[in-house]
Design a protein around this ligand. Structure first.
Ligand SMILES: [Zn+2]
Length: 209
């Protein structure tokens, strides 16, 4: 899945995007790439939006609890100030940043840095979730991951919201969402109560990575 870069000019940077639905393993893939860069003694810095405090303030944490330290930032512009001498930049939950993330990543890549962004490519209505689509357009490498549909087991491209709220940035993973394929995705804000709504503890343990 990792982009193959042949004889890359050491001064040329590039942008990688890891996208997909919730529970598709985006953060795991981001962590895998960053760990391999660290093994090669590359200077790695990881940033995540300060808004996402579901698990830890100072770590990129995936749903399986494998974590690496990160720096929470309140805006994409802060990444430019904090990046220092790092040559490999990880950005998690890219959909929580504003449109300026695209120009920030472009600047970093032009400085010769490898920029890896992970984020949702669609919102709970199935609409493109900016700025991830814009990042995909300018990235050298795009990896789209899939979860498994919790209804039928097909590859899941959508994040089905299980609660009724119009908030696009609703946080919370297993309790509020489940992965669904195209056939079983219902992008309606007012959903009939799913069966697991009465058994939240059971729903929280059903994870399809
Ligand atoms: Zn399905």
């Amino acid at each position: 899945m990792e982009p193959f870069v042949f004889n890359q000019n050491p001064r040329a940077g590039w942008i990688e995007v890891i996208c997909g639905s919730m529970f598709s393993g985006k953060t795991e893939e981001l962590i895998r790439r960053l760990r391999r860069a660290r093994i090669a003694r590359q200077h790695v810095e990881i940033f995540k939006p300060a808004i996402d405090t579901r698990y830890s303030d100072k770590a990129v944490v995936s749903h399986d609890e494998s974590a690496i330290p990160s720096t929470p930032v309140s805006s994409a512009d802060q990444i430019l100030l904090l990046v220092g001498e790092a040559t490999v930049i990880g950005v998690d939950e890219a959909q929580f940043f504003g449109p300026e993330l695209v120009s920030v990543c472009q600047q970093l890549a032009r400085q010769g840095k490898r920029v890896i962004c992970a984020g949702l490519d669609q919102d709970y209505l199935g609409k493109p979730f900016e700025p991830v689509p814009q990042l995909m357009a300018v990235a050298e490498f795009v990896t789209k991951l899939h979860a498994v549909c919790m209804v039928c087991g097909a590859p899941a491209n959508h994040s089905q919201r299980l609660v009724t709220t119009p908030d696009r940035l609703l946080l919370g993973a297993a309790e509020a969402y489940e992965p669904r394929c195209r056939a079983h995705f219902q992008p309606t804000p007012a959903l009939p109560g799913p069966p697991d709504e009465t058994q939240p503890a059971q729903a929280a343990t059903q994870r399809a990575e």
